[in-house]
Design a protein around this ligand. Structure first.
Ligand SMILES: *Cc1c(COP(=O)(O)O)cnc(C)c1O
Length: 238
């Protein structure tokens, strides 16, 4: 064992129970069943040792935000015992590679990308599970559909034969104002409710909540939280 393995392993001994407890507490406070909230451990920016430690700690849903890095990890670990989540912006020319590597794509942020993913998945064995990324915060720098534009786009994607639209995803603004975060997340939930009553082909998943806002996200109905820093520590800044 290298020292890095020991340090990720030791870290997770503390952080996995702590994150699980936060999820538990938030679900409980919201009167929700904790089983409804899935934890995606975001291993982006961390080496294989972090993945080794995550798997040893029983974390099986792992998130990556860069295509090449995901491919390296998928090549090393395979896709039998890990559910790979692509959570970062994808250039549409890389759609084929993503459809191959990921079990679920959270970051579908354009119709062009959706069409390419759908076509790639049609050539493979099964429809690709996707979430449509919404920009509920109105911040310019972020990817994702504005809600009204997104409503139509989700319905269009739900008709694409290579895609299984499981739900929606958003990233909150980096803002510690609980009111802003709460309305970002409740906005996503309301949009999801409207979409589900419009189409049976739109699933109920809500991927929202990161290290800094997971409790608010769970209160507002998150079904998937994407947690990096609270589990693995700070990433190297690029
Ligand atoms: C990096 C990232 C996360 C994890 O963020 P932390 O603050 O480290 O928990 C979640 N979602 C997306 C889309 C990310 O890029």
């Amino acid at each position: 064992m290298t020292s890095a393995t020991i340090s990720y392993t030791e870290r997770l001994t503390e952080t996995v129970p702590a994150v699980r407890e936060s999820i538990n507490d938030a679900a409980h406070a919201a009167g929700r069943n904790v089983e409804e909230v899935r934890l995606v451990a975001v291993t982006k920016g961390h080496p294989f040792e972090a993945v080794d430690a995550a798997l040893a700690a029983g974390l099986t849903d792992l998130g990556e935000n860069r295509v090449a890095e995901m491919e390296e990890k998928v090549a090393h670990y395979g896709s039998e015992s890990v559910v790979w989540h692509m959570i970062g912006h994808i250039q549409s020319r890389k759609a084929g590679r993503v459809a191959e590597a990921a079990a679920m794509v959270h970051s579908v942020d354009s119709l062009k990308l959706a069409r390419k993913l759908s076509r790639a998945a049609e050539e493979g064995s099964a429809p690709l599970n996707v979430l449509v990324q919404m920009n509920t915060s109105g911040e310019e720098a972020k990817y994702g559909f504005a809600p009204e534009e997104g409503y139509d786009a989700v319905l269009e994607m739900s008709e694409m034969t290579g895609l299984n639209v499981r739900g929606l995803m958003t990233m909150a603004p980096f803002d510690d104002d609980e009111g802003v975060l709460g309305s970002t997340f409740s906005g996503l939930r309301k949009l999801s409710e409207r979409l589900q009553s419009a189409s049976e082909q739109v699933g109920p998943e809500l991927s929202m909540g990161m290290t800094n806002d997971l409790d608010i996200a769970i209160r507002e109905g998150s079904t998937i939280v994407r947690i990096g820093t609270a589990l693995f520590g700070e990433r190297d800044r690029k």
